[in-house]
Design a binder for this molecule. Sequence first.
Ligand code: ADP
Length: 536
Amino acid sequence: MAILWPTLTTEQARGGEALVRALGHAVTLSEGGAGVLALKDDGDEEDAHTTHTTATGGTNERDATLIRWSIAREAGRRLVALLAEEAAPEPLDGRPRVTVLPEIWGGEVASLPLGDVGGAVGEVHLLGPAGFSARRALSDPTRRQALLGALVTAVRQHQEVARLRQENRQLGSILHFSGDGIITVDAQLRITGFNPAMEAMTAWRQHEVVGRFYGDVLRPHTLQGMPLGYDRDPLVQAIEAGRAVLNRELILLARDGQRVIVAVTAAAVRSPQGQPISGVLNVRDITRTREAEELRTTFTSVISHELQTPIAIIKGYASTLAREDAHWDAETLRARLHAIEEEADRLSHLVGNLLYASRIQAGGLKMERTELDLGEVTRSVVRRLSARSPDLDIRVRFSRGGPLVLADRARIEEVLMNLLDNAVKYSPRTGHIRVWGEVTSDEVIVHVKDVGQGIPLREQERIFERYQRVENAATRRTQGAGLGLYICRAIIEAHGGRIWVRSELERGSTFSFSLPREEKSPLPLVIFGTLNAETP
Ligand code: ADP
């Protein structure tokens, strides 16, 4: 039988305290000097050859001449090895097997098997000087039973504690490494556990939230954005009504107020009397999935509407013009053909934007950069726009000969055209548009200001996303797929610039974008010295 002598870690030693105490009692009861407990390895099969051993010195110092506490470990190991070699059969009458130790130890050992109805748990070896009284003491069945019973109970408890500890460790690592957020609460809904996935989702740290009411930390809302009433809270339902709540979708607010769309499952742990003890909330972040679904739905509705309108107009005009019973004068004919051409242009623009957007998505936006004077580019775009719509009131202020930027001319023109188009589209007829440039030490900024309807603050970030339009009368009146600003942002960011809007409802909006200057402004040159200094 191979003997393993595990180095006791602090934790194991703590777990083994009860064992050490029980062995101490056994040593006293046997009137021995020290004791060794050889425990069968739990996980091993009946005939396995490995035994984990726990050893201890006895409490009966008076007789502890054989083994001192300091050498108990080593002695125990060699002793168990020695006894194992002998492999004496278990005595039939239950009396201890006695081994006389080699002379250097000058003592003897009384060994007894330990076990109960659940099977063998190991052996106890009680050590004393030659002729010590264990032999006698343990021959008394009542005393022997008391000693063995207490030891087996201690061993069983020790094994149970070790098992629970192991389970606890496994549970801990499941919670720790789970990709899903897991929150545990007590019966009063105060947080008792908050795993790392939950920390990542909400930016709260476990030590900041433990002990706090869970609803105060996560502020659950319905998908429609209404605070979730106490009665409708899945954890409350699980704890109070005692039924698990599966896969409920709701919104939690992260530490900074950011919405996180989640699917949660709540369950409660109850006492055998049915009292709630604790609750568990499993939280899966489905924000991305939901956003992707919303995007698909928006895409389908926006695109089908945007495609259908010009197609319907083209078809309407074409079939009227094709009627055989009607004769059109040249003026009407030209006007209708012009309308068909405009709608075809709109279609082609939309398809172009869609392709552009999918190229951005695929990361395939290539730039051909040359040195550009942004003032000159802006003036030429405005000239083109004014030629197309002569009644527009657009004023440009851009100092000539300003610093250059390194940019793709066609794409920057597209950004300007988009911003100007929007300024016209979302402004009353009479409003004028102002475009001006600003130069800082490292950027050139272009501002496009209109006196239109403005954009609500909460929409100002969103309108740069794909297919996002502000829901109001003007957008219902005008056509658009909500792609223009998305494309503008992609182009500007690809140049290392920024794009933003400042807007006030009913007063107008200013869209601005910046591009890095090709050469940063030189540091001011400072010359030290005095004018007219006399040369020595
Ligand atoms: P589109 O104009 O095709 O709808 P954009 O991406 O260019 O798409 O604009 C997104 C939304 O932003 C518009 O639908 C509109 O609601 C709003 N918007 C853009 N520019 C302006 C502006 N100058 N004034 C008011 N609202 C604007």
